[in-house]
Ligand binder design. Structure first.
Ligand SMILES: [Zn+2]
Length: 166
């Protein structure tokens, strides 16, 4: 279940149980997300980046950015998957040097270096080092930087794909 689906569930609960406050419902959503997050087998790197649902989350974020969701789950329209289901002719990254997975695109691809450096500056940490485990994203500002990073990287990928297919 994606964060987006949890938010939709919350909306449904709000309609069904009108007596509960918005804050109560959001706390419930965060609790559910935290539970799913700790149970799921997502790739280690996403866990490093966002170790859990931050406590301030339900106050600040009504919507979860679609691109951030892709970064967090590592699932979606990445070339490795698109190729496997026959949607595109190659699993390679557009840089031509590797199979494109979420991890490679976000953390390793040379063509996304400037976006990555920009995010590292904003969050004040190096996302490839091991010492950050569990302490990565603590503030809303850092969260926003990761969200912005995911958006930029994926929008560029979509634009490039459009150019190639045109
Ligand atoms: Zn690449």
């Amino acid at each position: 279940m994606s964060p987006m689906e949890l938010i939709i569930e919350e909306r449904v609960r709000r309609v069904k149980k009108a007596k509960r406050s918005v804050e109560e419902e959001r706390r419930e959503t965060v609790k559910r997300w935290q539970r799913l997050w700790s149970q799921s087998n997502k790739e280690k790197w996403t866990r490093k980046l966002i170790p859990g649902v931050p406590p301030w989350y339900y106050k600040a974020h009504e919507e979860i950015n679609h691109f951030l969701t892709l970064l967090l789950t590592g699932h979606g329209d990445f070339n490795q998957y698109l190729y496997r289901i026959g949607k595109i002719p190659s699993a390679m990254c557009q840089c031509g040097s590797e199979i494109e997975t979420a991890k490679r695109l976000f953390l390793e691809c040379e063509r996304r270096r400037s976006e990555r450096e920009n995010m590292k500056l904003k969050i004040g940490l190096d996302i490839n080092t091991d010492e950050i485990e569990g302490h990565m994203i603590r503030t809303e500002k850092q969260w926003d930087a990761v969200s912005e990073f995911a958006t930029r990287v994926l929008k560029k990928k979509m634009n490039e794909a459009r150019t190639i297919n045109a």
